[in-house]
Ligand binder design. Structure first.
Ligand code: GTP
Ligand code: MG
Length: 380
């Protein structure tokens, strides 16, 4: 059966890469070309080959689209990751691109169903060949239409894979403040992280995490880019820092540099601190003055030096008293035993934290058996 693959116009993105549809369609058409139909007659084999090509090419495309979106669909992302994506790419952008992929998938499924039906009606190899060519043409244009969405989802996936995964339930100390004040130096003192430290602003451009042992839990210590406190003109790094304060912190360590080395006055830094305290009234914000080896003010804030280690132990104690695990407390468990004659019964055993409650049927059986025990005790 003669067959011409649809022509792909050699559209290239500005950086010279082929758009995603080219790779996806190449694989799909290649896999479809390998089908080996069985049948008694040539006519039966031709018809089956056409149907298998439709099924295999469309299934390959759909599988690729799923692979593109899988890491980004709920519940794969934490709330904080979604907040980061929304802040960076605009609220709803991720959902919009995912939805367009979903719609394309539905259209491709419909197209494949129609083509299969057509293959039953087609007479002879020419009509079958024509049907396949039409199908491949439409499939190609459906996939090309979502090139922009696939590119967008790849960009978002790359953005997230460059960020650390924060455990939503773990206590999290977010270290924030103006650029170049010494945040990363302090994060290195307090945790296992070894961020880059340099004497210029915006050395840190994205969040990074280190860990520290609290004794009762493992603390996530998050380094953030500097924030200049100009909400309407914030650059992406500043937006990321503010989103992390808002969405990931159990406690914020607000680092102030009174030495003047950061090129931001203490008053300027204090006004951002005051603004955040107002904006996040329920968030413990601990202000610390750093570079105490250079300057010590008369304030009653804790004072540390990331260079000499001075004050770090005392700061650590303050942090420990403020840190609580994030996340909701689990709802109170229902008693496993029906609350009849509680004075005769030992307290119902509570499932260990983190375990799932007994399934409803098991709960009913437990209640029933404990009723029987009580009854037999009363009669004896
Ligand atoms: N003398 C002294 N210098 C410090 C101290 N902490 C940090 N520095 C210096 O301050 C400069 C900035 O330090 P970083 O830790 O990179 O500051 P940052 O706040 O993370 O900077 P950005 O990531 O650019 O916002 C570096 O030259 C550090 O060596 C300190 O306690 N004492
Ligand atoms: Mg830094």
């Amino acid at each position: 059966m003669p067959e011409r693959l649809p022509h792909h116009p050699p559209i290239r993105s500005p950086d010279g890469r082929a758009p995603p549809s080219v790779g996806i369609l190449d694989v799909a058409f290649h896999r479809a070309s390998l089908v080996t139909p069985h049948g008694e007659t040539k006519a039966a084999r031709d018809r089956l080959r056409a149907r298998l090509k439709v099924v295999r090419s469309s299934a390959t495309v759909v599988r690729h689209l799923r692979l593109e979106s899988r890491p980004l669909v709920r519940p794969g992302l934490t709330e904080f990751e979604r907040a980061l994506v929304d802040a960076r790419y605009g609220a709803g952008a991720l959902d919009r691109h995912l939805l367009r992929l979903r719609r394309a998938e539905e259209r491709i499924r419909g197209l494949a169903r129609d083509a299969e039906r057509e293959s039953h009606r087609a007479e002879g190899p020419d009509e079958l060949g024509e049907m396949i060519r039409r199908f491949y043409g439409r499939l190609s244009s459906f996939v090309r239409e979502i090139d922009v969405d696939i590119e967008a989802l790849r960009t978002i996936a790359r953005f997230l894979s460059d960020r650390p995964h924060l455990e939503p339930a773990a206590p999290t100390l977010v270290v924030a403040g103006f650029p170049n004040v010494g945040k990363s130096s302090l994060v290195a003192r307090l945790s296992s992280a070894r961020p880059r430290v340099a004497d210029y602003p915006f050395t840190t451009l994205s969040i990074a995490v280190g860990h520290a042992d609290l004794g009762f839990d493992r603390l996530q210590v998050v380094d953030t880019p500097g924030v200049l406190g100009r909400p309407n003109r914030a650059n992406p790094a500043e937006v990321e820092a503010t989103t992390t304060v808002r969405g990931a912190a159990s406690v914020v360590l607000f680092v102030l540099d009174p030495s003047g080395r950061s090129e931001h006055s203490l008053e300027e830094q204090e006004s951002l601190l005051a603004r955040w305290k107002e904006e996040f009234p329920n968030l413990p914000i601990l202000a610390v003055e750093t570079k105490s080896d250079l300057v010590r003010t008369a304030s009653d804030r804790p004072k540390v030096s990331a260079v000499t280690g001075e004050g770090i132990d005392d700061l650590w104690k303050e942090v420990r008293t403020l840190v609580r695990p994030r996340g909701e407390l689990p709802p109170l468990e229902e008693s496993v035993v029906a609350p009849e004659e509680p004075e005769e019964e030992p307290p119902a055993p509570r499932p260990a934290a983190g375990r799932r409650r007994a399934a409803p049927r098991r709960r009913a059986a437990l209640a029933e058996s404990s009723r029987r025990v009580r009854k037999s005790r009363r009669s004896s």
